[in-house]
Ligand binder design. Structure first.
Ligand code: DGL
Length: 257
């Protein structure tokens, strides 16, 4: 019973981690479309076409029982297309704006995402449907996904560069200060501790990974018989470099040939 977890790179590993905890009896195939990273800069039509090509190939090779699109930038575009095309549950990752609107005390919420995600109609309709009473600031970050990548692969981190990307999240409207920052890109949770240290005041950094995993589990019956299978990873740019192989090894993933 194979589940595909898909992202433009390594960000979806933050969702895979939770999904494996909750669904230990399934086999996971992690797919990073790193040949096309970052998705945040792509034009919408071209990105949809690209992703459908990648998914057609994956479905033919793995016959999964579910796809988890562990990428906000992809999910805000591709979910209806995948649901129409494939007859299996498709689980998406969309900005946790509804939850943020329920949790905020100050009424000031920021959504930190890629430029693609902040521009999407999907994101705007989440705000008008679920957060019309809340002041939502959309903060599109050009570089944070790549910064998270570098940090995870090499350990290198430049706090000033991170600060530049997140500083617009903090608003103070006559004493009502931002109290929730929605992490609306799956790469960002890797940087949570650093962002917490850089924040001018404490906020909740909302990471939806566990909620996504819980939702995914609710859609699948437990597998009847459990076989001892190895979770694997594959990347569209080809065989990963040594540092990525090391990271994947740390997640217990074998690289598919
Ligand atoms: N991990 C992706 C997301 O959740 C974005 C990174 C990219 O720009 O490709 O939005």
């Amino acid at each position: 019973m194979t589940i595909i977890v898909f992202d433009s790179g390594i960000g979806g590993l933050t969702v895979l981690r939770e999904a494996r905890v909750l669904m230990p009896d399934h086999r996971f195939v992690y797919v990073g479309d790193d040949a096309a990273f970052p998705y945040g800069d792509w034009e919408e039509g071209a990105l949809i076409e690209r992703m459908l090509g990648v998914f057609d190939d994956l479905l033919a090779r793995y016959s999964p029982v579910m796809i988890i699109v562990a990428c906000n930038t992809a999910s805000t575009l591709i979910l209806p297309h995948l649901r129409e095309r494939y007859d299996i549950p498709i689980v998406g990752t969309v900005p946790a704006i509804k939850l943020a609107a329920e949790l905020t005390s100050s009424g000031q919420v920021s959504v930190l995402a890629t430029p693609g995600t902040v521009q999407r109609d999907y994101t705007r309709s989440l705000i008008s449907e679920f957060a019309s009473r809340v002041n939502v600031r959309l903060v599109g970050s050009e570089n944070l996904a790549a910064i998270a990548d570098r940090f995870m692969l090499t350990g290198q981190v430049d706090p000033d560069a991170i600060n530049d990307e997140i500083k617009d999240c903090f608003q103070d409207n006559l004493g009502a200060r931002t109290d929730i920052v929605v992490l609306a890109c799956t790469h960002y949770p890797f940087l949570t501790n650093i962002m917490r240290r850089l924040a001018p005041w404490p906020v909740d950094w909302l990471n939806p990974a566990e909620a996504i995993a819980r939702h995914a589990r609710s859609l699948l019956p437990p597998p009847g018989s459990v076989t001892n299978v190895q979770d694997v990873a594959e990347f569209t740019a080809g065989v990963p470099k040594a540092e990525l192989l090391r990271l994947l090894g740390g997640f217990g993933l074998q690289v598919a040939k």
